[in-house]
Write a protein that binds this ligand. Structure first.
Ligand code: SF4
Ligand code: SF4
Ligand code: SF4
Length: 330
């Protein structure tokens, strides 16, 4: 197959990158209205926002103000979409938003994930696009990639699930006066405080990121962790999609991947076991290669980038299907 899929994906990624980061300039209704700023213009995550975040909990339907999406709160000057799902749950758990108000968002998100699995990761996420750009740059310099061993994969897998569930647990805990107000405030949106997006996204909107929050020991520590995560993001030059291997959003969406209606399916009789799919997968999924049963081979790690399908030399060995209908095949 030609590289039609890759070209299409790059176009979609570019369009999504522009829409997600600059959508508010196209649809001014989405411009940030209430997002607070510290003097100097940097959006901050912790104390500064407490009580002033984008809506007053319990008063409005969440879905009115957040188009269900996996975009990011650090997109300065109003990207089209306001919140990643980790942010969404963290914030609402802390505000103790009623389940009734969260339900529309949860339903929309569930429908999106059940329908499309991790298509977001492979085709839409701006951080994913940035990592793909790093891989492209590395190839341009003629350098090889670093391999991630099975033990390291397992470690990264456990790390991202720990980050996901640990962050959500903290968000629930600080909804109650367990630690005291100062500590609670410092732990608000804990995942956002160390997500690389904190430093990555604001410059795209011409805004200075919050490089340092030294409000107290906890904030200083989380700033340090944020810097470490930011550095890890650039490991993407050596290891394709490195941050995706730690990302809590990917961990959450990955739960839907196996049951999603968009599937990669395999016809083992047509597979020559050449190993191309295993070698070329950016996130080292082995299932497409190793699964010898006919049918769905979508792995929770798979980001539906379709590189395996595009590179597979055997016609019809791999197919992308939606609700059982073939969309494209190798
Ligand atoms: S795993 Fe995270 S960073 Fe990677 S593409 Fe998905 S949402 Fe984006
Ligand atoms: S298994 Fe295939 S579609 Fe999934 S991430 Fe790997 S190369 Fe992309
Ligand atoms: S690239 Fe295609 S033929 Fe080669 S091992 Fe994978 S599915 Fe089989």
């Amino acid at each position: 197959m030609s590289n039609r899929i890759t070209i299409t994906r790059r176009i979609v990624q570019t369009v999504c990158f522009v829409l997600l980061l600059y959508g508010a300039f196209i649809w001014p209704a989405h411009l940030e209205t209430g997002l607070p700023r510290i003097p100097g213009g940097a959006p901050r995550t912790t104390l500064y926002e407490k009580g002033r975040i984008l809506w007053v909990s319990g008063k409005e339907s969440v879905v009115d103000l957040y188009i269900p999406a996996l975009a990011c709160r650090f997109v300065a000057r109003g990207g089209l979409l306001k919140s990643c799902i980790v942010h969404f749950f963290s914030e609402n758990f802390t505000w103790r938003t009623s389940f009734r108000l969260m339900l529309p968002h949860i339903l929309a998100l569930t429908i999106m994930c059940v329908l499309l699995g991790r298509l977001w990761c492979g085709w839409v996420c701006p951080m994913g696009a940035m990592m793909d750009a790093m891989t492209w740059l590395r190839r341009l310099t003629g350098r090889g990639r670093l391999q991630v061993g099975e033990d390291q994969q397992r470690f990264l897998f456990n790390t991202r699930h720990l980050l996901l569930w640990g962050s959500l647990a903290v968000s629930v805990l600080i909804a109650f006066p367990v630690f005291g107000q100062g500590v609670n405030d410092s732990l608000f949106l804990i995942y956002c405080q160390f997500c690389p997006a904190r430093l990555l996204y604001p410059p795209f909107g011409g805004v200075n990121p919050c490089w340092s929050d030294t409000t107290n020991t906890i904030s200083s520590f989380l700033t340090g962790v944020g810097w470490a995560m930011f550095a890890l993001f650039f490991l993407g030059f050596a290891i394709p999609r490195f941050w995706c291997r730690i990302c809590a959003i990917g961990a959450l969406v990955g739960y839907f991947n196996r049951g999603a209606l968009l599937t990669i399916e395999k016809e083992p009789g047509k597979c020559s076991s050449c190993g191309t799919c295993r070698r070329n997968c950016p996130v080292d999924v082995t299932r497409v290669y190793s699964d010898r049963r006919a049918g769905v081979v979508t792995d929770p790690e798979c980001q539906l980038c379709l590189t395996c399908l595009e590179d597979c030399p055997e016609p019809g060995a791999l197919e992308l299907r939606l609700l059982g209908r073939r969309i494209v095949r190798s």
